[in-house]
Design a protein around this ligand. Sequence first.
Ligand SMILES: [Zn+2]
Length: 389
Amino acid sequence: MKFRRTVSLITALVIVAGTALMCSGVIGAPASADSLQDQINAKQDKVNDLEKKIAALEKEGKELLSQISLIEEQTDEIEEQIDLTNDRIKELKIAIEEQTENIAEAEEDIAVRNAQMAERIRAIYMSGSDSYLNMLFESKDFGSFLDTLDVVKILVSADKDMVEEFKNAKSDYESVKASLESDKQEMDTLKADLVTQRNKLESNATKLEKLKDQNDKQRAAAQKEMDKEYEAIKELIRQQSQGEFVGGDFMWPVAGFNKKSNISAYFGQTGKYWKKAHTGMDIAGRNAAGDGIKGKPILACNSGTVIKVNETSGGYGQYVVISHGGGISTLYGHMISGSPTVSEGDTVVKGQVIGKVGETGNASGPHLHLEFIVNGERVDPLRYVSYIK
Ligand SMILES: [Zn+2]
């Protein structure tokens, strides 16, 4: 088998490319006794496992991030509530201080009045009979003496009323103060609860951030390992690519659709359809007669061996890969499902019909996705085929 080595190469290439680029379909390698191929298959299995692992880690990482941001939102809300509670506590403290001052003032007033009253009463008793006698003698008559005595009594009674009033005021202040203090106690309790909640959230966030860090590290490690495997696969493929090139030029694969205007997307182009750069060249549109490309025959760009006929739900859809030797292969994607007229292992000649243009897989309309894979790398098909200007 002239192309046997190349067959293995391309199979592996498609696998490698499919994982990294536009097509996500992973193609199983055909059974082969070739030990290099076995190694590639084993490595590919490992790559597939790593891909799954990375995807799972990515999902987990996203979940962790959303949990962290949720906790941050909750923490912000609680912080806001704590601020409000602090403001309220401050207000209450000021109000309580006011009441404390009021109470002190009332106490002072009471003390002053009490002292005055005591002074008056003392005056009445201390002055004793002499004083009353003096008052009696100094009074014009007995009647005015009694009047003077009444005035003192009235004054004492007024003092007593005043003290009573101050005492009432003080008791009012005290009850207001007690109510404020109970409000404040409530606020203090609320604040303590909020602080507990916040601390809990913060410690949860810290735990989640640690998990996220771990997740990042695991993902980076898996990615590094996968890159290493990719490189190893590429090297094995390079070792395999010893087949001889069939020779000759490559031809445009859809007759009549070979104008510049028939290229709907170039190699390396970026845009909404391609995660990275476009891995091939898209041929679409109409021919000179105005016919659409859908259903038009696809021709082998050069002679070679069919190394893959497959269909995936995404990616290339129905596709065919032909090896032309010399490490060069061509891939034809988005064919009509079941349209390939060739099977794996078939030898084809340049210009032979291999299937029909369709829009299976990841296609936004009928077109042929043409790829040139050379020694493990996708290259611009326009290096090998050319359109009519
Ligand atoms: Zn394409």
